[in-house]
Design a protein around this ligand. Sequence first.
Ligand SMILES: Cc1cc2nc3c(=O)[nH]c(=O)nc-3n(C[C@H](O)[C@H](O)[C@H](O)COP(=O)(O)OP(=O)(O)OC[C@H]3O[C@@H](n4cnc5c(N)ncnc54)[C@H](O)[C@@H]3O)c2cc1C
Length: 237
Amino acid sequence: MGCLAVLEGQGHVTNPGQYIAELAAYFVSEGGQFIQANVLDIQKINGVVSHIDTDLGRFDCRKAVITAGIWSKDLMKMIDLNVPMEAERGYHVIFENPSELPRNPMLMTEGKFGVNPMEMGLRCAGTVEFGDHRSGPSVDPIAYIRKHSQRAFPSLQYSGTQEWMGSRPSTPDSLPLIGELGQSGIFTGFGHQHVGLTAGPKTGRLIAQLISDNSPNIDMSPYSPGRYAVGTTKPGS
Ligand SMILES: Cc1cc2nc3c(=O)[nH]c(=O)nc-3n(C[C@H](O)[C@H](O)[C@H](O)COP(=O)(O)OP(=O)(O)OC[C@H]3O[C@@H](n4cnc5c(N)ncnc54)[C@H](O)[C@@H]3O)c2cc1C
């Protein structure tokens, strides 16, 4: 017997890439400057950030915010953090020009995957695979999603498919690192595991408040990057 539970008041993004591009465009329209460069090193003078070295040259700064998802793992070595963060890799298959498209996102219990109506087609997504973020995708998770999508939509017709793998940046205590690392002027905003798209705006606001010396009205201590700082006393120790 089938069973359906409805969660009301949900929202979903039908084109995440465009969503982020439009946020960046808005930032620029408000006077911000967007520079796409590869960060090579983060330099400090007397323990305070002084400049960032990139493949486009050096950028002097008094504050820096690290929000590089799982790649923050690589940047951590430059900023005295030691988080055993791992990638929970997830996959999706998009069926282009599908003959059927649900009006709302659905979570399928059989196969445990999500079904989302997107601008680019029907997206079936899920799976959790611990793996190195620098390694290429595995074959089995995609085959798994395809198999269960076929079961859920046995008559589905489509013009083509797109496959994708992403890395959810996950910490041992499942909490992100949000805050200033000591008094270094370096702020962290990463480790949001399965909910980074949703939690990102709130994290952005919290970091903006911290940088502008407005205390957030929540207890920030559980998120402190200091709990993973190298060479300092960790909370509770
Ligand atoms: C299958 C799947 C489904 C998901 N579904 C959801 C969902 O429904 N809702 C939700 O909220 N979240 C979801 N997530 C999680 C979400 O995708 C992540 O939490 C989110 O992408 C993290 O955002 P971020 O900006 O911190 O990192 P990312 O999106 O990973 O961005 C990091 C950026 O840093 C850049 N970078 C890396 N190294 C450097 C460097 N040295 N110099 C400069 N730039 C660098 C990268 O190029 C990248 O652009 C899902 C993830 C997966 C895999």
